[in-house]
Design a protein around this ligand. Structure first.
Ligand code: FDA
Length: 307
């Protein structure tokens, strides 16, 4: 089921059909408060006011075909960073480098990323870089390095399903990086990944524990990006055992997923940030959410028959 859903995520035919279907739009609203930036910012404000938690915004969209498109995405994010500051919201942004032109040239993408990081720096904000499929890992890390050498207001996502991630983390640690750990959401060649969920989870824990070890450089920041309650609890025990500074970590979860766990963390005063997606290009992203929990397909079915 997972492979089928992830293959579906890459199908243009399916995307064009699905995005026109009202029942798909209804189903997707469970994970996405709205397509527009106003709807997304409204949800961020509610999250802050009602739950006291900060958020991360990401504008959905993936590979682009022209530098003009990458420029437009960059301008939208620049405007967003300004709006967040003007509206005094605790909202960071998370970007996919393919949206900033990674397929069209490393330097052009670097320039767009640099513009965002400079703006984030001037607005006391942070730009996170998502990790996409394996073919982009080397270039994404290379651009993160360049950005991190210029500013500390940039973070990078690493995926625990990849065998290479511990070596990548070790190589980045001397920078005092901000790293968001996730399990990984793409369809990847088997030889590059851990085979079982147990191994992926164990690697996740090892990566998190490595970041919490004494002696990591100042500025190292751990974003625990998972909805896995077992892992969250295990990492919280490690955080307590290490006496980690509260400013050096946070839990990060997607809007609408594992709400009871999010509420528990808020009640227990653990630092939590919720990632909210918006934009019209939600189909591949939504298929990856279904693949994470095929039981979600039932919600699509229910939406099909509702109203
Ligand atoms: P796991 O899949 O084991 O789920 C644990 C439990 O959470 C499940 O048992 C279920 O109860 C619940 N759950 C998880 N997903 C659900 C869903 N879709 N619907 C309903 N319940 C669900 N990936 C990537 O490759 N690159 C990236 O840049 C990012 N960025 C990112 C940021 C943040 C803040 C988060 C939280 C996640 C990502 N991801 C990502 C996605 C990540 O790789 C992964 O696919 C999902 O987080 C699901 O994995 P879990 O760690 O939640 O564990």
């Amino acid at each position: 089921m997972r492979s089928l859903l992830l293959a579906g995520a890459e199908s243009v035919w399916l995307r064009e059909k699905a995005m026109r279907r009202p029942f798909m739009r209804r189903a997707v609203s469970r994970f996405m408060p709205g397509e527009t930036v106003d709807e997304a910012l409204g949800a961020c404000r509610r999250q802050q006011e009602q739950h006291g938690t900060g958020t991360i915004l990401t504008h959905l969209g993936e590979n682009l075909s022209s530098l003009a498109e990458a420029e437009a995405v960059t301008s939208d994010y620049l405007e967003l960073i300004d709006r967040i500051a003007i509206e005094k919201l605790d909202v960071q942004v998370s970007v996919k480098l393919t949206q900033l032109g990674l397929d069209l040239g490393l330097d052009a993408c670097d320039q767009n990323l640099q513009r965002l990081v400079v703006r984030a720096e001037s607005r006391s904000n942070v730009v996170w870089i998502d990790m996409e499929s394996t073919k982009y890992v080397d270039s994404t890390i290379a651009l993160y390095r360049r950005a991190r050498e210029r500013s500390s207001r940039v973070g990078l996502c690493l995926q625990s399903y990849l065998r290479r991630s511990m070596a990548d983390l070790e190589a980045l640690l001397p920078l005092g990086p901000a790293i968001r750990l996730v399990k990984g959401a793409y369809r990847e060649p088997a030889n590059l990944m851990f085979a079982s969920k147990m191994e992926v989870d164990e690697n996740y824990f090892r990566l998190a524990a490595r970041m919490l070890q004494p002696g990591v450089p100042n500025g190292t920041f751990l974003g625990v990006g998972t909805h896995d309650a077992r892992l969250v609890d295990r990492i919280r025990v490690e955080i307590a055992a290490r006496g980690a500074d509260r400013a050096a970590y946070e839990f990060e979860m997607l809007f609408g997923i594992q709400r009871p766990l999010q509420a528990r963390l808020v009640a227990e005063r653990a630092p939590l940030r919720v990632l909210i997606s918006y934009g019209e290009f939600w189909f591949p992203w939504y298929m990856r959410r279904l693949a994470e929990r095929p039981a979600n397909v039932l919600f699509v079915m229910k939406s099909l028959f509702a109203g």
